[in-house]
Design a protein around this ligand. Structure first.
Ligand SMILES: Nc1ncnc2c1ncn2[C@@H]1O[C@H](COP(=O)(O)OP(=O)(O)OP(=O)(O)O)[C@@H](O)[C@H]1O
Length: 542
């Protein structure tokens, strides 16, 4: 991935949240500046107390200064933590919303190439991008200032000891960088594997009913368990590296502290250094070593974040299916000229030079055996897929030039796979047509003679359905979807095997409604059976 792409991507979200980021950074730099002299002042206090002219007044002065620095630094730390947290949370939300929009608006032909679980875990992990604004990570960067200021003060206290520390510091840095590289490569592997496991669980939960019917629960659990076993081994190995690294670092710290104590002791005996000077020195050193560790740890956060940014950018590069701008009010004609279609480059042609002409008011029956391409025709009309050859014109305009959102708002469809959502039956009928009212639903139900249909539900139309519409039968779902399709006075109604599950009486009621032409001008019915529908004026045989 090109560096500038990543930078532009980050810039977009940073600019949107610039107020919090700028205030946060300024407070953090001020915090670093104001706390830098603290160790030096403590050292001076110790020197004053161990001298012959010690005084209560001076002690009070020192204490007041130290206390004021602490109070101001806590205030600054509060400000930057709040600002960065706000920016982090907002960027998280904005990124997820943007990704959702991109995925929802991508063409089906491209989305089919991705596992749904993969998409979910990519969207989920995008939140790690905002960890770049995590105060802990940022304070590691600001730590460079601390190291710099500490060195200057250490030089003024004792230049020889400061030079010695300068030699030790790079050793610490190298140990830290080497270990963090190892830890980081393991972390990326674990993250990848854990994303795959979550994706698998997500997909299995989506088809839980089929898994039960096929009685393969145990196979699915053991499949995921095998993957988790591998993940567990990797995680334990990783933890071992991490603990060893922390121990190594703490050993180095202890070694340096003892060394400095020894050397300072010699300087103090030779009267070349005061006890206060040693106090200042050791305090700075105890701040500097974690700062160096933090600095080298940045790569642990940065490298996986770059990988995630690249993966998110891959989703950002998905095209938008809705490139057409032309809007229509009515659907007067639909014309297929020599339309050919295949789902992917590798697949066969499912439609071959199909010609079809539908005028407003037509009642068309599309017939054909299973797999003949009936549903495919409907998806082409809806613009879910684009033709491979030939052209489809709606009102004389190429379907690719039409605004798909506008086109689909003119079409009501009852498909083979009916999606119901968590909410009442009424909510489900109104789903996707927020401008319609409950009154509308009651009128339509009455017109369709379906008033008694919902009598058996405990709360009638207000009966709650659980997620995915559990709580209604296949036939009842079709009736709900039928009513949903009628809402909003559509130009075209499409029924894809829409009555396959309803009983004969309800089926007759539905066809009566279509025949009476209450709700739309044009009707397209797909069926693989040879049924005779008196109101049909055009039959397409595939
Ligand atoms: N998303 C897809 N990707 C690849 N091939 C597909 C896809 N959807 C359908 N097909 C294939 O396209 C062919 C036509 O499918 P389509 O659903 O249009 O048939 P149909 O006539 O509606 O069948 P049925 O009567 O069984 O509903 C089938 O062979 C099917 O395997």
């Amino acid at each position: 991935m090109i560096k500038s792409e990543r930078i532009n991507f980050l810039k977009k979200y940073m600019v949107r949240n610039k107020k919090n980021i700028v205030i946060g950074l300024l407070s953090m730099i001020l915090f670093s500046l104001i706390t830098s002299p603290l160790s030096w002042i403590i050292g001076r206090t110790v020197d004053m107390l161990s001298s012959t002219n010690r005084s209560y007044v001076q002690l009070l002065q020192f204490i007041l200064v130290i206390l004021s620095i602490h109070v101001i630094s806590i205030l600054l730390s509060y400000i930057y933590q709040i600002c960065f947290s706000k920016a982090q949370q907002r960027i998280n939300k904005e990124l997820k919303v943007d990704l959702l929009e991109i995925v929802f608006n991508a063409p089906m032909s491209i989305l089919e190439k991705f596992d749904k679980g993969y998409l979910v875990s990519r969207i989920d992990e995008s939140q790690q991008i905002s960890s770049l604004l995590n105060p802990v990570n940022l304070s590691s960067v600001i730590g460079i200032f601390n190291i710099f200021f500490s060195f200057i003060i250490m030089f003024t206290v004792n230049s020889k000891l400061a030079l010695m520390s300068m030699l030790i510091v790079p050793i610490c840095f190298v140990i830290s960088v080497k270990s963090t590289n190892k830890i980081q490569s393991g972390a990326t592997e674990i993250q990848e594997a854990s994303g795959k496991v979550s994706g698998n669980i997500f997909e299995d939960f989506n088809r839980i009913e089929n898994i039960k019917i096929l009685n393969i629960q145990n196979t699915r659990v053991s499949n995921i368990m095998n993957k988790m076993d591998k993940l567990l081994k990797k995680t334990i190995r990783q933890t071992r590296y991490l603990i060893s690294y922390l121990q190594l670092f703490s050993l180095t710290n202890s070694f340096i502290t003892v060394l400095i104590l020894g050397v300072s002791g010699v300087f103090i005996i030779r009267n070349e250094m005061t006890i206060g000077g040693y106090t200042t020195f050791s305090l700075y050193l105890s701040q500097m070593l974690p700062a160096i560790q933090g600095l080298s740890n940045i790569s642990i956060t940065l490298k996986p974040t770059i990988v995630i940014i690249d993966r998110v950018l891959e989703l950002f590069s998905l095209p938008n299916e809705n490139i057409g701008m032309k809007k229509i009010e009515t659907i007067d004609t639909i014309c297929f000229s020599n339309v050919s279609f295949k789902y992917s480059d590798q697949s066969q042609l499912f439609l071959n030079r199909l010609n079809l002409s539908i005028q407003s008011g037509d009642k068309v029956l599309i017939r054909g055996k299973n797999g003949a391409g009936k549903s495919t025709i409907l998806k082409l009309i809806l613009g879910i897929y684009n033709v491979t050859g030939g052209e489809i014109k709606i009102n004389g305009m190429l379907s690719t030039e039409l605004d798909k959102i506008n086109l689909r708002s003119k079409i009501g469809m009852v498909s083979q796979n009916i999606e119901l959502y968590k909410g009442t039956i009424l909510d489900n009928i109104l789903y996707g047509c927020e401008t319609s009212s409950e009154e509308n639903v009651f009128t339509i139900i009455e017109k369709c003679n379906l008033k008694n249909y919902f009598e058996n539900f405990p709360e009638k139309l207000n009966t709650e359905l659980s997620d995915l519409g559990n709580g209604v039968s296949g036939g009842q779902a079709q009736v709900i979807a039928f009513l949903r399709a009628l809402i909003g006075e559509k130009e075209l109604l499409i029924f894809d095997e829409a009555t396959s599950n309803v009983d004969l009486r309800t089926r007759q009621l539905i066809f009566d409604v279509l025949e009476k032409n209450y709700f739309s001008k044009t009707v397209l019915i797909v069926s693989h059976s040879d049924e005779k529908l008196s109101f049909v004026n055009k039959v397409v045989q595939l």
